[in-house]
Design a protein around this ligand. Structure first.
Ligand SMILES: [Zn+2]
Length: 228
């Protein structure tokens, strides 16, 4: 079967990028993002398309996996799913989930929208619109550089706005190592509770900020004397 042309403007950008890689670049060959941007000048976030393809079984290596590659080079090791064929991708389609799986995700997420924190049936602030929780698929960048799709509870409103949202688990996990031991313990307690408890310092700060000027001055004097 002949493949569609990568130049067909009716195809989406991921399909066109996939076709260009498969038919022009070719398996085993090196390409760069600059090259892709030149070929697809109108497509924003070309690196996202490449990540999407990785999520669909395409093996595209960077210098991290392939030491032969320069810093800005990528290699199409092997073509994955024929994304140009019409089928439902992992995209936003979650209707294929079983009821059990949905309930599992909702329970694990504490029955709140993981983007804005609203719980089921609650009104959005400043409106009489009721929240509705749903399960979405979130693209996650993992510490090993690969991309995965994970399920997450989101309200309808966030799902609409969050369709481009991506979780950078790699970056977030890497940031942990920059915390001191006190910060680590604090974060650990928030994570365990799945809720942030305000510490004494923050409560005092909030109280201080709302005090009249004279009282703030009194507070400052007291604080200074405590510092010795
Ligand atoms: Zn939400």
């Amino acid at each position: 079967m002949a493949l569609p042309s990568w130049e067909d403007p009716k195809l989406g950008s991921m399909k066109r990028v996939a076709l260009w890689l498969a038919t022009v670049a070719g398996e085993g060959r090196i390409f760069t993002y600059t090259q892709l941007r030149d070929v697809f000048p109108g497509v924003a976030q070309i690196d996202r398309r490449v990540r999407d393809l990785r999520g669909r079984g395409w093996r595209i290596d960077t210098a991290r996996e392939d030491t032969q590659l320069g810093m800005h080079e990528l290699r199409l090791v092997s073509v994955g799913e024929p994304v140009w064929e019409d089928r439902k991708g992992p995209g936003k389609e979650t209707s294929g989930l079983t009821g059990t799986r949905r309930r599992e995700v909702l329970a694990k997420d504490g029955h709140i929208c993981r983007s804005c924190g609203i719980s089921v049936g609650e009104d959005y602030a400043g409106s009489f619109e009721r929240s509705q929780l749903d399960i979405a698929r979130r693209e996650v960048r993992l510490p090993d550089g690969s991309t995965a799709v994970e399920l997450i509870t989101e309200c309808r409103r966030c799902r609409v706005g969050a369709s481009q949202l991506e979780t950078d688990a790699a970056q977030t996990i890497a940031e942990i190592s920059h915390l001191g031991s006190m910060e680590l313990r604090m974060l650990d307690s928030w994570v365990k509770e799945d809720k942030r408890e305000f510490g004494k310092v923050e409560l005092l700060w909030a109280a201080y900020r709302t005090m009249p000027a004279d009282s703030r001055e009194r507070f400052r004097v007291a604080l200074k004397s405590s510092l010795g």
